[in-house]
Ligand binder design. Structure first.
Ligand code: ZN
Length: 255
């Protein structure tokens, strides 16, 4: 067994992706990721606000009704106000129903499962790792990514994850490796390549800003296309923490 991770030969992985694989993968991705948890929390918040809107419109309906009966509101305005309240309550209730359906699709991973199936992810998948990058071939895609596309490699419970700064990450089922030690060796190999390719935090911030119109957090200068990880206008050092939107999209380096 090679002791030096850098000596590990790179391999080609070949697997038959089924819907069941993808379902399990997305369910575990949703359950284990902070980003998903945040997204789901935002969903819950929207649903709560929507429920309040429905309640408020129903209360408004009965308030108007009482005011009409008491003679406070002129009868000629009553139909308009009552209809407005009913339509608003109905529209909000319908929207709430849609939100709940979407929430379930996100929570179960079904939304991404559907997208993956539509994009041809079910079927044979070949992944070639080489010193120049990663080639991924599926039924109707053949894509090659240079190492600068990736930011980190790690062992997660069921997969080896080679994570992209943005865009496509690779998740290789652990059972494709001959042993756990082989999987760990592979992760170390990718990590050493990422380091040697100078895929540093600064590089990835610059890559992220290549075609992202993002204001500098200090002076509001548009950082799109900057050449270095500093703001050309005010000199602020740009990082994952302070560039709006980069957090979560651009993975911080792992120690
Ligand atoms: Zn600035």
């Amino acid at each position: 067994m090679p002791s030096d991770a850098a000596e590990m030969p790179f391999a080609e992985f070949s697997l038959e992706v089924t819907e069941d694989h993808l379902r399990r993968f997305y369910a575990s991705a949703v359950a284990n990721s902070d980003e998903w948890k945040l997204a789901l929390d935002r969903f819950r918040q929207k649903i709560r606000l929507n429920t309040w809107a429905v309640v408020i419109f129903i209360v408004a309906f009965f308030t108007v009704l009482v005011l009409v009966v008491m003679g406070v509101v002129a009868e000629r305005f009553a139909p308009l106000l009552l209809l407005g309240a009913i339509v608003s309550a109905g529209t909000s209730a319908l929207h709430g129903q849609q939100l709940r359906t979407q929430f379930k699709a996100v929570q179960s991973g079904d939304l991404w499962l559907k997208q993956s199936v539509e994009s041809g992810a079910v079927g044979p998948w070949k992944i070639d790792f080489s010193d120049s990058g990663v080639r991924s071939r599926m039924r109707n895609t053949d894509a090659t990514y240079g190492w600068e596309h990736f930011s980190a490699a790690e062992l997660v419970p069921s997969h080896v994850a080679v994570l992209a700064s943005q865009g496509v990450s690779m998740y290789i089922p652990i059972e494709l490796f001959t042993s756990d030690e082989a999987a760990r060796g592979f992760v170390r190999r990718v990590q050493s390549i990422l380091e040697s390719h100078a895929c540093t935090a600064a590089h990835r911030i610059v890559a992220y800003l290549r075609d992202q119109s993002t204001p500098c957090p200090k002076c509001r200068y548009d950082l799109k296309g900057v050449q270095h990880a500093t703001c050309p206008e005010c000199g602020l050092a740009l990082s994952f923490e302070n560039v709006p939107g980069a957090r979560g999209v651009v993975m911080p380096p792992r120690n």
